[in-house]
Design a protein around this ligand. Structure first.
Ligand code: MN
Length: 417
């Protein structure tokens, strides 16, 4: 499919992240206005609450968009999602009869503040990148061998929805308990091994019933869209606490997501297969569709005061071993109910080369081999004041489907008491 032409001129460039082919969903405000739903088109945001109030969008006989989240639309299900996408495409296409009515409802993105695009119901994080799992094994246990379950189960843990924040929200270095291998007693204080994890977040749009398993194909149809996700990680806290029940405080101080939900519909042309399975998956984990997407990903780092950011990693979402649909199916297979607004972190995305590693733990090999930024500074882990940015783009025939940056700056640890 080529670039779809819009009467919003800025949307018609091959490299712009928000052409008519994309139409991602966010929540915005300007000045004193209340945050409400908006759709990105080029450099503008279509005010969805206003479009609905004017009768230009009428999918239901009750309002959906004068709220600071997209969960109400998610709950309507795939037929309404498709109807909205069709209507937006018609309204914003070159030659649209409604251009005059819509034009005054566009807000320059430069004047808007972006907020969380959804209410996160619950947050689960997976560990589905094979290269990442092998790297972590090599670093932490001296062997890249995968755990015995890894090729059979999409491994995950239940995180906290309350820790998920929108791009731009500063993150304080967490305080916590750590223990050096040769120390007799643990100690307490700011994490010294603060890290990122480059991930995609899948957003569940329609739920499943408590007690009711689902298939991979059903799971695929339940996914509303995707965001970039930075699963900030305190490696020293995590290393002391994680056995035998998994991550806890090492992950609970913040998870950042990009501000625009890129719909599964917009990503449809970019479907990519999961890699060949070394061990055949059990039948309940097989689906009929390619479950990954060809999305180019980058990580940038900028120290405080530096005049530019350095790209520290480049990889692709199609590097993953398990798809979001397989993860969602596995999540529900024992009867766990899934809900609109559930967020599933993919797991850290790392490719085979060092330049493709999606965490600083891997890029600096646990701090033992620091890397150099364009400014000449070196890093093993994150220092106070550093800004980390995730970027994602799917490249089509003369157009780009972009996610908008997922940015976070690390501030010094808080004091209390
Ligand atoms: Mn993670």
């Amino acid at each position: 499919m080529p670039l779809l032409k819009s009467w919003v001129a800025s949307a018609n460039s091959a490299n712009h992240p928000f052409p008519l082919n994309n139409l991602p969903y966010g929540v915005f405000s300007t000045g004193e206005d209340e945050p409400r739903c908006g759709v990105a088109i080029g450099d503008m945001i279509l005010d969805m609450a206003a479009a609905e109030a004017e009768g230009l969008i009428a999918l239901t006989d009750y309002p959906l968009f004068d709220v600071p989240y997209w969960n109400d639309l998610m709950e309507e299900g795939p037929a309404v999602w498709a109807a909205l996408r069709e209507r937006l495409t018609a309204l914003l296409s070159k030659g649209s009869k409604e251009q005059e009515a819509i034009e005054p409802l566009l807000v320059p993105m430069a004047e808007a503040v972006l907020h969380m695009p959804l209410v996160v119901s619950e947050y689960t994080d997976f560990y589905a990148g094979r290269q990442h799992a092998q790297n972590m094994g090599a670093i932490l246990r001296g062997s890249p061998d995968l755990p015995a379950n890894w090729l059979h189960i999409p491994i995950g843990y239940n995180g906290r929805a309350s820790s998920v924040v929108v791009s731009g929200t500063p993150i304080h270095r967490p305080n916590g308990q750590t223990k050096a291998p040769d120390a007799e007693m643990p100690s307490f204080g700011p994490s010294k091994r603060l890290d990122i994890e480059l991930e995609m977040g899948a957003i569940v749009g329609t739920g499943s019933e408590f007690g009711q398993p689902i298939t991979v194909d059903e799971a695929d149809a339940m996914i509303f869209g995707y965001v970039l996700l930075n699963d900030w990680s305190a490696r020293d806290i995590q290393g002391w606490e994680y056995q035998p029940l998994g991550p806890f405080q090492g992950k609970a101080f913040g998870t950042s997501i990009s501000p625009w939900i890129v719909t599964a519909a917009a990503l449809e042309p970019f479907r990519a297969p999961t890699p060949p399975r070394e061990k055949e998956l059990l039948p309940y984990l097989s689906g009929s569709k390619d479950g990954l997407y060809d999305i180019e990903l980058e990580v940038l780092m900028q120290p405080e005061g530096a005049d530019r950011a350095s790209v520290i990693a480049r990889t692709n979402y199609s590097r993953m071993y398990y798809s979001a649909a397989e993860q969602l199916c596995h999540h529900a297979i024992g009867g766990c109910a899934m809900n609109a607004g559930d967020l599933l972190g993919s797991g850290t995305i790392s490719g085979p080369e060092r330049s493709e590693f999606g965490s600083l733990m891997e890029l600096s090999w646990a701090g033992r081999e620091p890397f150099t930024l364009e400014t000449g500074e070196t890093r093993g882990f994150i220092e106070d004041g550093d800004t980390l940015t995730l970027r994602g783009n799917a490249r089509g025939d003369g157009y780009t489907v972009g996610f908008g940056d997922c940015v976070g700056q690390i501030l010094p640890a808080k004091t209390w008491g």
